[in-house]
Design a protein around this ligand. Structure first.
Ligand SMILES: Cc1ncc(COP(=O)(O)O)c(C=O)c1O
Length: 381
């Protein structure tokens, strides 16, 4: 009997070993991993420096709770905020928790309950974040949602008129990840910033998927005109060790004082060791340039498959890339795994590529070859 609640669909692959861009399953099959735990292992699997720092921490102390000082939190907060307008961090364990912290902060800060969010967004699965998420499929069967959230069409200028003096916050992803790798337009973001300024509305940028160098800058908002009051992070922050964070500005220290929010595990020493090592590797100009270069290389390589019929478009930022099809892509994703390439869907029509941020040209070539093999077999190319 299967003793697990069937919240996930059937899973046929169990990964037993992982290193860099490659994983091996329990039967000994090796795969080139362009999923990376869904944009989590940005440094690649088991990066030796991250592993060393985690092992050193394992030999000191694992857990203390936030009753005691954890100096790693201060160091990680500084590394995350340095060179930005953001000044303070709160640590938690996942993306949905980081967003939940942002929701509580915005409620207390603005004392208003109207938040403008966008269709096809994904913000997590706590109750408030189900309300925030702009996809009905995650809400079915759960009854009334937290109803602060209004869902406007993404990249739609007219929709910005929903931002008014009753609005507490506007909440968005710069690249909608689960929603299909949809990149926000610069002119739309400029207009959004102006509307938010006009009505003194907080801007919350969910960088759970786009953050920690995934798009070629430390945070995706750095490539936009946005000056968010709150940025949420998780996924890539710990290279695979669970950790989330909410970043905000000095003003918020007045709102989130002692007792207003907390977490038993949030910012634990092990997570902080992993996060600090991850940032040391990924937040360097060379490393960020590598993400941009490899992102361009991958996009260019995928463009050869765009025929205007079966494949319509390649889109994304940095190493968050989607190949958009006119047809459902589930079968391609299964076939690619069978040829040894792991990719993940972003909605029914988009094949999403989320390789290690240290991926090499030859690994990208290998992925493109595997894709070509499958398409040739199907008579597509
Ligand atoms: C943009 C975004 N926000 C929030 C979440 C939720 O993060 P978690 O699964 O760590 O709770 C995700 C997860 O895919 C995400 O992509």
């Amino acid at each position: 009997m299967n003793s697990l609640l069937p919240t996930y669909g059937p899973r046929t692959i169990e990964i037993a070993q992982a290193s860099g861009s490659y994983v091996t399953d329990v039967s000994g099959n090796t795969y080139l991993d362009f999923v990376m735990g869904i944009a989590v292992c940005g440094t690649g699997h088991r990066h030796p420096y991250v592993q060393q720092k985690i092992e050193e921490q394992l030999n000191r102390v694992w857990h203390t709770s936030n009753l005691y000082m954890i100096s790693g939190q201060q160091r990680v907060a500084e590394k995350l905020t340095k060179g930005t307008h953001l000044t303070h961090a709160f640590f938690c364990n996942s993306g949905t928790e980081a967003n939940e912290a942002a929701f509580k902060l915005v409620r207390k800060w603005t004392k208003k309950t109207k938040i403008v969010t966008f269709t096809q967004s994904f913000h997590g699965r706590t109750f408030a974040m189900l309300g925030a998420t702009g996809q009905d499929k995650v809400k079915q069967g759960f009854g009334p949602m937290v109803n602060d959230f209004i869902h406007a069409p993404f990249n739609d200028m007219e929709a910005l008129n929903l931002i008014d003096k009753e609005t507490s916050a506007v909440w968005l992803e710069i690249v909608q990840g689960e929603g299909g790798v949809v990149v926000a337009n610069q002119s739309w973001l400029q207009a959004l910033q102006e509307k938010a300024d006009e009505y003194d509305v907080k801007i919350v940028v969910d960088e759970v998927q786009t953050g920690i160098a995934r798009t070629g800058t430390r945070f995706a908002f750095e490539q936009t005109p946005l000056q968010p009051h709150i940025v949420t992070l998780a996924k890539g922050l710990g290279s695979g060790i669970p950790v989330g964070a909410m970043l905000t500005t000095t003003e918020a220290t007045e709102i989130f004082g002692p007792g207003s929010h907390g977490s038993t595990f949030g910012g634990n020493p092990l997570a902080m060791a992993a996060a600090e090592a991850t940032l040391d590797i990924l937040f360097t100009p060379t490393s960020l340039q590598h993400v941009k270069d490899m992102g361009d290389y991958l996009k260019k390589g995928l463009t050869q498959f765009v025929d205007g019929e079966r494949f319509i478009e390649v889109r994304g930022l940095g190493l968050m890339v989607g190949l958009v099809s006119s047809e459902p892509v589930a079968e391609w994703v299964t076939q690619l795994a069978e040829t040894g390439l792991l990719v993940v869907m972003a909605g029914p029509h988009v094949i999403r590529f989320l390789p290690s941020l240290r991926v090499t040209k030859s690994e990208i070539n290998e992925a493109l070859m595997k894709l070509e093999q499958i398409l040739q077999k199907e008579g597509v190319v």
